[in-house]
Design a protein around this ligand. Structure first.
Ligand code: SF4
Length: 708
């Protein structure tokens, strides 16, 4: 009889839901994977990305042994197997040499969210701090959201999405939960069954928009203008909660004056949402018993993204929704967990004045455009840098440098591996214990592993302990066990008081963060004033507009420099079957997602002489790619959509979508501007834009936050 065991784990993907999973293991092999019905938030549901994850664990192209490159860098690179000793010795020797010749800042670690496990995601920090390497600012996901929420609410917190079940009016703003946040769908459905209305506000009609009661298309990067128009109507028509405003907010009078500048007609001119629709949205919202806004992260990936987040976060305060059962707003929950990461990452070990490089600007760093010491050693771990970082052309030029020594620690043969000198095999989450928080719900979770590492795979945690030993680092941190480190990170007075310890997590498997998740602001807001700040003195001191505002995008249609050029606003939303390039190694994910296409409105296609299925060259100031066209009224006029980040090797022309994106930074939080792109679309083969039309040249102009 075959031995069969079930192990509880947490999904490691960079997804807000952090599902609890049950893995069935037979004879040392994962044979089934399902959702854990006991988890209070994820309730046994899992998405299509994880359902096929065994395709990745057992992918034919899985990296199972350390390797050394034996030919030229780039696509088609060849490797030979080496031992762990040889691989680590080579990496350590190059780091020593670079430190001695160019200084330790010539070493750059690049990591992101290949795993969301707290221990492994952050395992390299103390090693690189001790080494004195350049520091990496990891801002790709929630940095701009956090900055916008910090300025308004005081932290990355919101009303728990489970509360949506008791709402009577739900706005899904800039989010497509059927693809990216499926565990809120049961709560929405429960509310709907009791009569709640669900409206989606977004830049195109996606899966969730098709299921909603109403869909309101808004021009990319203009959501703040829509929120301001709605707030104008709420104040004008007295649909506000004066008691809540007086008790819990700061700067209402200043906001009221600002709102005079945003009548619905101005909102219409900026957003494309008719003034009557702005009024309808405002009245429905203002008259609802408990309106709930679930705001997405994508809308923050604009040059004005933090201001968009901040402005929308003001809306519930006007009607007192933050304090209403079933009402409020949620975007991220990162401010809830209160871990002592500094005790683990040891930032104090990094020499004073060590430079910090933003992950958005790795392309600049590798091509010498940032100044300072040259990057001579690049260490990439749990990050598909070549596919997912913006301005992929610049990243690729940097990776191709012959004088750059690159180490890549990976599960599968990604685009980045093609540029590696040394490749190290990494385990999947089924093979690598860790503990988890979440940015979409409020529970800690635990993964004690299900199967031994395949081949010779070693976790981030092990790799950095071994490298520390080679470099002679004697600090006891590098010799402590994984769970000892976990216990230290969790050992804070607040978590201890709440009974959140490693032992408790082992016993209960998931534990709620220690706060009132239905209304984290019941006792006040964690801002300097203790109130929700319509007016932010901190922003004023930073030279930013202290009040909510719509800030036109420099790379957008409101910039007179682009007027009349017939440019499209290009947005790159997530694919449905894989999470960025992570699922590209899974055969079923790729089959489910199908061919990657450019989506255009019929009129935009007709004006450019483009037909359904035809290969189209999409060009921005950074580069161009070719994709077949899908003509659809799901995309508004003036907007272009290409869903899903894929590796170059899985792209029809060998170029991924990040060829088109820029290294510009958001207004606050220094996040990426993945969705701020002006693009031209022309038949493939037409040189540099529409035949006979304008050519795009030069780099994007970064937007600034300023008073309108
Ligand atoms: S990707 Fe998200 S929704 Fe899918 S299983 Fe993982 S955590 Fe759950």
């Amino acid at each position: 009889m075959r031995m069969k065991q079930e192990f509880q784990t947490i999904c490691p993907l960079d997804c807000p839901d952090a599902c609890s999973l049950l893995l069935t293991v037979e004879e040392g092999r994962v044979t089934a994977l399902r959702g854990d019905p006991g988890h209070p938030f994820t309730q046994g549901l899992i998405c299509t990305k994880m359902r096929t994850y065994t395709d990745i664990i057992y992918a034919p192209g899985r990296i199972l042994h350390p390797m050394r490159r034996v030919g030229p860098k780039g696509p088609g690179a060849r490797f030979e197997r080496v031992s762990w000793e040889e691989a680590l010795d080579a990496a350590a020797a190059r780091m020593r040499e670079a430190s001695a010749r160019w200084g330790a800042e010539s070493i750059l670690p690049v990591s992101y969210s290949g795993t969301m496990g707290v221990l492994n995601r952050n395992a390299g920090q103390r090693f690189f701090h001790r080494l004195g390497a350049s520091k990496l600012l990891r801002t790709l996901c929630t940095a701009a959201c956090k900055a916008g929420l910090d300025a308004t609410l005081g932290a990355g917190l919101g009303n728990d999405c489970a509360g949506m079940a008791r709402s009577d009016h739900i706005l899904l703003w800039g989010t497509n939960p059927a693809t990216t946040n499926m565990h809120i769908l049961p709560f929405i459905q429960a509310a709907r069954e009791k009569g709640a209305k669900v409206t989606v506000i977004d830049v195109y009609r996606h899966r969730t928009a098709k299921l909603a009661d109403a869909f309101v298309p808004v021009r990319p990067g203009t959501d703040a203008a829509l929120a301001l128009g709605m707030m104008h109507v709420l104040v004008r028509e007295g649909l506000i909660d004066r008691g809540y405003i007086g008790r819990w907010t700061l700067g209402f009078e200043a906001l009221r004056k600002r709102l005079e500048e945003y009548p619905p007609e101005r909102a219409e001119a900026v957003t494309g949402v008719p003034a009557a629709e702005v009024e309808r949205l405002a009245r429905e919202y203002g008259r609802a018993r408990a309106p709930f806004v679930r705001m997405g992260i994508g809308l923050s990936r604009h040059a004005n993204g933090a201001m968009i987040v901040r402005t929308i976060a003001c809306l519930p305060a006007l009607v007192g929704a933050y304090a209403k059962e079933g009402g409020g707003l949620f975007e991220i929950s990162t401010g809830a967990f209160g871990l002592d990461l500094a005790a683990y990452e040891r930032p104090e070990w990094s020499p004073g004045g060590t430079r910090t490089i933003n992950i958005v600007e790795v392309g600049k760093a590798l091509t010498g455009a940032l100044g300072g010491p040259p990057v001579k050693v690049l260490f990439v771990y749990h990050c598909a840098a070549a596919a997912t970082l913006p301005d992929a052309g610049a990243v690729r030029r940097g990776l191709l440098r012959e004088d750059l020594f690159t180490v890549v620690h990976e599960i599968l043969h990604t685009d980045t591996v093609d540029y590696a000198d040394i490749v190290l095999p990494a385990p999947t989450f089924a093979e690598s214990p860790d503990f988890f928080t979440s940015y979409g719900q409020y529970f800690f979770g635990l993964n004690e592993g299900a199967i031994p590492p395949r081949g010779e795979a070693k976790s981030n945690y092990e790799v950095f302990s071994l490298l520390a030993e080679r470099l002679g680092f004697e600090e006891p941190d590098f010799r402590e066990g994984l769970w000892e480190a976990a216990a230290r990170i969790l050992d804070t007075p607040r978590l201890r008081r709440a009974g959140i310890t490693l032992e408790a997590l082992r016993e209960k498997r998931y534990l709620q963060a220690p706060l009132n998740i239905a209304n984290p602001f019941a006792g006040g807001f964690p801002t300097p004033s203790g109130r929700l700040e319509f007016y932010s003195e901190r922003m004023g001191r930073m030279g930013l507009d202290p009040l909510p505002a719509h800030v036109p995008l420099a790379e957008g249609p409101e910039n007179p420099a682009h007027a009349g050029r017939g440019m499209l606003q290009l947005v790159l939303p997530p694919g449905h079957h894989f999470l960025n390039s992570t699922g590209n190694g899974g055969a079923r994910s790729m089959k489910g997602e199908g061919e990657q296409r450019l989506f255009l409105h019929p009129e935009d296609a007709r004006e450019r002489g483009l037909a359904e299925g035809e290969p189209v060259r999409v060009r921005t100031a950074r580069g161009s790619i070719v994709r077949p066209l899908r003509v659809t009224e799901d995309v508004p006029r003036g907007v272009a959509i290409i869903p899903g980040v894929r590796a170059s090797r899985h792209s029809p022309d060998g170029r991924g979508v990040n060829e088109l994106t820029s290294q510009a930074l958001t207004d606050m939080g220094e996040g990426p501007c993945y969705h701020t792109n002006l693009a031209e679309a022309a038949p493939a083969g037409a040189e540099n834009g529409r035949e006979g039309g304008p050519a795009l040249t030069g780099a994007a102009i970064p937007a600034t936050t300023q008073a309108p």
